[in-house]
Design a protein around this ligand. Structure first.
Ligand code: SF4
Ligand code: SF4
Length: 146
């Protein structure tokens, strides 16, 4: 658990270089949820035991596959748009794949995906921005920069 002082410092650093909190725009899930994700065998085994509803969308190690047709889905089945808002939620947020948990990993990915955590005007120093992003994601994935 990060201490509150460290949280404040990371938050200030992120603001300085233009990396901000996720605003649930849903672009990453839309971009990757239909065939762009993978899951480890450990994740799949865990779903099989604890979340059979998620496991039902796994086929031969691939996600996400329609349980009804056995065909890959064009869109993630767990993505939901909030009524009357331009925001999205993940219905399996706490048990989502690590692929989703780790996003965004690199500043280049965010630029390509038009991720709204990024403020392009402040991208004069991508390395600094990557450090700030690594700080923001400290509880989700290992840092890109050591
Ligand atoms: S599982 Fe959740 S986080 Fe991952 S693509 Fe689907 S809605 Fe997004
Ligand atoms: S694209 Fe970026 S801002 Fe939008 S939901 Fe994904 S992580 Fe959040």
């Amino acid at each position: 658990m990060i201490g509150s002082d460290l949280c404040k410092i990371i938050d200030q650093a992120c603001r300085l270089v233009g990396v901000k909190d996720c605003n649930q725009c849903g672009k990453c899930c839309t971009n990757y949820g239909g065939g762009g994700l993978s899951a480890s065998s450990a994740e799949i085994e865990w779903w099989e035991i604890h979340r059979p509803d998620i496991f039902s969308y796994v086929n031969d190690g691939e996600i996400w596959v329609s349980p009804a047709t056995g065909k890959p889905l064009d869109r993630c089945p767990w993505l939901r748009k909030l009524p009357n808002r331009d925001k999205y939620i993940c219905r399996i947020y706490h048990d989502r794949p690590d692929d989703c948990r780790h996003y965004p990993v690199r500043i280049e990915d965010m630029i390509r995906d038009d991720c709204e955590m990024l403020e392009h005007k402040d991208l004069a120093n991508p390395r600094k921005a990557q450090r700030a992003l690594d700080g923001l994601m400290v509880n989700s994935r290992p840092p890109v920069l050591s």
